[in-house]
Ligand binder design. Sequence first.
Ligand SMILES: Cc1cc2nc3c(=O)[nH]c(=O)nc-3n(C[C@H](O)[C@H](O)[C@H](O)COP(=O)(O)O)c2cc1C
Length: 243
Amino acid sequence: MKIKKILAAALALAMALSLAACGSSTDSDEPAQEETVAEEQPSDETAAEDPSSGETTAEDTAPEGQKVLILYFSAANTKDTDAVSSATPMAGDVSSTRWIAEIVHGQMGGDIEAIVPSVDYPLSYNECADYAKDEANNDARPAFEPLSVDPAEYDVIFIGYPIWWYELPMVLETFFDTYDLSGKTIVPFMTHGGSRDGGTFQMIQEREPGATVLDGIAVSGTAAGSDSARQDVLDWLNTLGLK
Ligand SMILES: Cc1cc2nc3c(=O)[nH]c(=O)nc-3n(C[C@H](O)[C@H](O)[C@H](O)COP(=O)(O)O)c2cc1C
């Protein structure tokens, strides 16, 4: 318990420093989550690399007889286009979560789609942090734009998101309220600035008790775009037993 408290305090300090480094007066209340590891925090650093390079084509690799859908949410998902957001460590010109989504798509095939909030998130880190904290405090259910696909028609649903205030972004709560994914296989992947998955894989299982939630992957947002992160994602996909 003592160790957990130390880790939580360390993460809170790291987040506070990160926010301060962005030059804002944003307060740094400690989000309620004990299982945290303060190993890294988000930054604006970019890692220019094509997320889909060097991979086999999607059509070649889709799990036999299984329809695969890859959904991902990021603050950079806006209605007009993917935006450049300081709330998002960009991997080349895509968000860290989208970068992983595209690797998954390249390996697993199927369809890929962004979850786009109906109201854009602020693109500055500090404003986004404040906005998301208000949403979490109010247990909000922010709307998202209609998907062009029906998740009911898929067998395996990969879902990607950044951890926000130690939890699922609230728009993901809206998603899980909207869709009953009973009978589906859900495969989470997420990006973070030090909290790792923050217990969100278990949260997804609780939101979708009728689904089978496989072991997800947690990738540091600032590592997205690197060869080692790509290899981690590829290795993880191979452990899933979907092919
Ligand atoms: C609103 C907000 C809240 C965040 N909260 C946390 C957090 O609690 N723990 C953590 O490790 N990282 C946190 N981060 C960092 C993001 O999880 C990380 O930068 C992630 O890679 C962003 O994904 P993206 O590039 O797809 O937007 C937060 C970032 C934002 C914008």
